[in-house]
Design a binder for this molecule. Structure first.
Ligand SMILES: *Cc1c(COP(=O)(O)O)cnc(C)c1O
Length: 344
């Protein structure tokens, strides 16, 4: 092993999907955008389809083509960015469902693919994607006459249970979809946990499937192993790494492992992070470099071949907190240099 290794546990993934599904009385889809949050759209979508997922969501038509390939004909594969210029061939060829975001997209879709089913994305207050209330009022009659597959919107603060924005968007979404008979959806992972009012006809979690907050009950899905390149003795008073940011307070053994901020282990991950030899924590010391991390293995009775930085003890959210970001960004940053393995 000469590069860092990512192990994705598809059992834990499908366990998390079932656990989220069990929290509602409605259907549960899956968001697999950005290469399934960096974990591999093909194996992830395939495993979820085997588990019974019938509604998949991605950001762009190109991603949808990959997911269609993995899940085969049948399940809906919907595109959050809708029908963009030049998408018609991909949408038709791979039977993708664009979520129409604007009057322009509606017009484009009607002209390019008049017989192709679509969905509707509404803006209930986030002001990012979707039809504004006024545009929807104008389009609603024509759009509903074409029997869209879904009508959905997205919460801006769904991971903060007490935030008043949730109730505000819920009321707006209800008003905008009053009398609509098409399947409706408002909830991602956060909304799924907010309670039945937010569930409508189906939920569409992403991060919770991959072991991230706000789904506190998630099983960890990813482990990351870093190969040790060398171990050196460092005398008391010597420093380690760029900027001399760590000084040995005792004679120390320092392991240098092959991964760094170019692999998504952000330089901003400061102190307080460990790597693990089995269950034994070994603290990261000194600055994280582009391709290298230094670890204090003085208390380890043997020379390790590899150290694990993500596991059940230290999660994506622990790394995120140390870096001042969110688990989503840690997952999607895990770079292309990793070798990958899947536990089925
Ligand atoms: C990313 C996304 C989701 C999934 O969100 P999670 O917080 O990862 O569960 C759902 N809906 C939309 C519109 C999204 O952009």
């Amino acid at each position: 092993m000469s590069t860092a290794h990512l192990t994705i546990n598809l059992h834990s993934l499908t366990h998390n999907w079932r656990a989220l599904d069990a929290k509602t009385d409605v259907e549960t889809g899956a968001v697999v955008k950005a290469d399934a949050y960096g974990l591999g759209a093909e194996p992830v979508a395939w495993a979820l389809a085997e588990e019974g997922v019938r509604k998949f969501f991605v950001a762009a038509a190109e991603e949808g083509a990959i997911v269609r390939e993995a899940v085969g004909p049948g399940p809906m594969v919907a595109i959050f960015s809708g029908h963009m210029e030049g998408d018609a061939d991909l949408l038709r060829k791979h039977d993708l469902t664009p979520l129409i975001n604007s009057p322009e997209q509606f017009k484009r879709h009607r002209e390019a693919l008049p017989d192709h089913r679509f969905g509707i994305q509404l803006d209930s207050g986030m002001n990012r994607l979707g039809l504004e209330p006024a545009d929807w009022a104008e389009l609603r009659h024509d759009a509903l006459a074409l029997d869209p597959l879904v009508v959905m919107s997205h919460l801006a603060c769904g991971d903060e249970a007490e935030h008043p924005m949730n109730q505000q968007q819920l009321q707006t979404f209800k008003q905008m979809t009053n009398g609509v008979l098409v399947p409706r959806s408002l909830a991602a992972t956060g909304g799924t946990l907010l309670g039945p009012e937010f569930h409508f006809d189906f939920c569409r979690p992403g991060i919770g499937l991959y072991g991230g907050m706000p789904f506190a009950g998630a099983k960890p899905v990813v482990t990351v192993d870093l190969p040790v390149i060398q171990v050196r003795d460092v005398a008391m008073g010597e420093t380690v790494g760029y900027g001399n940011s760590w000084t040995a307070r005792r004679p120390s053994k320092i392991a240098t492992v092959a991964a760094g901020y170019a692999d998504g282990l952000h330089r901003a991950i400061g102190g307080g992070i460990d790597t693990f030899a089995g269950d034994q924590p070994c603290p990261v010391v000194g600055r994280i470099s582009m391709d290298l991390i230094t670890v204090d293995v003085t208390d380890l009775p043997y020379k390790p071949d590899r150290l694990r930085i993500l596991n059940g003890h230290q999660t994506v959210d622990d790394l995120a907190e140390a870096a001042g970001t969110i688990g989503y960004e840690i997952l999607t940053s895990l770079g292309s240099r990793y070798s990958r393995g899947y536990v089925e």
